[in-house]
Write a protein that binds this ligand. Structure first.
Ligand code: PHE
Length: 375
């Protein structure tokens, strides 16, 4: 670095002359004032206040001046640069405010434009439905069990008092598997899990089994060859039909709301004795069978949920047949039990007003997303 050059004649240093400094300043102020937007102002700042601007270069020359001249020139240039910097700051504030105002006016959002957002998925209503039902039983202290969908014929039928010649065996429209004598079927109900559970553990038993079942049904709005059941089994000392009724009433009121009347109709299942079908009062029309007055269908129309019946059939139930207890190693002298099997698809159809069962199976996201994520 060279020290101050005392021989230097300040008059000869053109950039430091007062009129040159004033000219540079005025040019800078004019450019700043002329800047019409932030980009132009940036250019003006680079040109007139940047490292290579006339004032910055002049400022660098000061060092070479003798002390007195350095002071004068320093003041002059300092004032000029200060004025330019202030003008830039003021212009900047004005242009920024203008810019913001313009953006507010120009940037209207067109809410009708398509988005590229990834639509969040929804869990399948049969999954959430199964979990909802399982949770109701877990809250009562029951266990949840699962069994295989490819089931031993013996567990699907024989152990449940459906011997080879039992007429009810043909009523189950069974999918048999190849080779035909292998003794394996696609389970026609979740009841083999009853047998599996009793064979696998000592009473007391309180177990619910939601699962997929198969029958050679036609595929239409109310039937499907694949559907879902939840099986319940309780084995303990002193269990009666009243316990069964109370348990199912609790299930119904949790799923459909308090105070919904239920009824048992006599029925027949080989694995329960006595057996019943359980119905509940239609939770929409409350048993009248009529559509709501003033509803879309008009006065006097039938209720669409129960189709005018006033009642909705939920499924079969009964006291476990002592023959089944014996076949599964439970002492029928000491223990009694109850069992039931309800259709989960049916329950979800009623609960959500789904009119066509096929919606559950066709995998159309427009169907499932309508359910959202039920927790
Ligand atoms: N397994 C019977 C069915 O699928 C339902 C049921 C289960 C009935 C348990 C009584 C007891 O139809």
């Amino acid at each position: 670095m060279s020290g101050p050059n005392t021989d230097y004649d300040p008059v000869e240093v053109t950039p430091l002359k007062p009129e040159e400094v004033a000219a540079a300043r005025d040019a800078a102020l004019a450019a700043v004032a002329a800047a019409g937007d932030l980009e132009q102002l940036k250019q003006a700042r680079l040109e007139h206040a940047g490292d290579r601007s006339a004032l910055a270069l002049a400022n660098r020359e000061i060092r070479a001046l003798p002390p007195q001249a350095r002071k004068e020139a320093g003041q002059r240039i300092g004032q000029a640069r200060g004025a330019v910097n202030q003008a830039i700051a003021e212009r900047q504030a004005v242009l920024e405010a203008e810019h913001e105002e313009r953006m507010l006016v120009e940037e209207t959002v067109d809410v009708t434009l398509p988005t590229d957002r990834t639509v969040p998925g929804a869990r399948h209503p049969l999954t959430t439905g199964s979990e909802l039902i399982a949770d109701i039983f877990v809250a009562m202290g029951w266990a949840i069990a699962e069994g295989p969908v490819l089931e031993a014929e013996w567990l699907n039928f024989d152990a449940l008092n459906l011997g080879p010649d039992h007429p009810a065996r043909t009523m189950h429209d069974t999918f048999w598997t190849e080779p035909s004598d292998n003794g394996i079927v696609l389970r026609t109900h979740t009841s083999p899990v009853q047998a599996r559970t009793m064979l696998g553990q000592e009473p007391p038993i309180y177990v619910a089994c939601p699962g997929r079942v198969f029958r050679t049904d036609e595929y239409d709005a109310t039937h499907s060859p694949v559907f879902h059941q939840v099986e319940g089994l309780a084995i303990d000392e002193g269990l009666t039909m009243a316990h069964l009724r109370g348990t199912l009433d609790h299930l119904v009121s949790t799923l459909f709301g308090e105070g919904i009347e239920t009824r048992f109709r006599p029925s027949y299942f080989p694995f329960t004795e006595p057996s019943a079908e359980m119905d509940m009062v239609c939770f929409v029309c409350r048993g009248t069978g009529l559509a709501a007055p003033g509803g879309a269908t008009g006065a006097g129309a039938t209720c669409r949920t129960c189709r005018g019946e006033g009642w909705i059939e939920l499924g079969g139930c009964g006291m476990v047949n002592p023959r089944v207890l014996t076949a599964c190693g439970v002492d029928p002298e000491r223990y009694t039990g109850f069992a039931f099997g309800f259709g989960i698809d049916r329950i979800m159809m009623f609960r959500h007003g789904v009119e066509d069962l096929r919606g559950f199976f066709e995998g159309d996201v427009r169907f499932t997303t309508a359910f959202g994520s039920e927790l």
